[in-house]
Design a protein around this ligand. Sequence first.
Ligand code: MEV
Length: 315
Amino acid sequence: MKSVASAPGKVILFGEHFVVYGVKAILCAIDKRITATSQFIDERKIRVRSEIGNVELDLDISTNLDSIPSKIMKPFLHIAKETLKDHDEKRGIEIYLESEIPAGIGLGSSSAACVATTASVTGLFEKKSKEEILKKSIESERIIFEDVSGADSSISTYGGMIAYSKDGIERIESRNNLSLIIANSKQIHSTRELVLKVREFKNNNERLFAQMCEQESKLVENALSSIKETNLKNLGLLMRQNQQMLEKINVSTDKLDQLVKEASKTSYGAKITGAGGGGCIISLVDESNVSDTLDNLKKISDCFVSKIDFKGLSY
Ligand code: MEV
């Protein structure tokens, strides 16, 4: 028996990094997915196969994940290990991950992989609710990255557009499928390292950072109203302001600045999406400026138009 689940990647429209400190962020799921397929194997092993590498944990030798050199694979092993333990299951599990989302570019591939893996592995035993899957998925991410806000896993689970804060999730009922162009700087980044860098900025600039969190909160509330009114001009302006905040906390790079500048010439607005330090930018467009913006960005990067995924986790 095979258990298959898939979950979408994401973009953060507003509030990345500040969300780690309690500010609301606005996210949408994108139409690119990760699929996890799990099955029992007779060996007492957990095996994960994927395009970015393979890993194996021999449960007869040790169940300790410390010896696993690849950090990125540990959450998947953790999910399978805990699920086998919960069900007192003596067989092993093999998980196969297929991705349409490149890793390390800020489009939520690791969270989508954790959500899909949790649903797929637990699905070998029973169908859990989305809430239970999300909780387990965030727990598994936290074994390698304690500070993770949970925003990425939440949007990957529920799909659509959400406002996320540590206090909870609000669905944003906008069926206006915002058109975003995603452009890739091709600079690979580590979300964990960038979150630590921002923590250092915060520790060295406590008062300034507190003011910035307040400013970002107001910006996000303003953005929520603009989304409801489909006021693209105002949303674009707010994206530019959010970009300035991200530049101030040092998560932009020359390449990202160049992409934002180029996209801003023709679109409503552009900004980094996700952790920064590389990865992608997003640019807000409609039919009046999409082709000009694509033409501009294509000269300097890989880019594509993204649509919102309303399905979220499928299992
Ligand atoms: C990464 O996609 C978003 C960050 O805000 C980290 C997090 O929310 O866990 C940078």
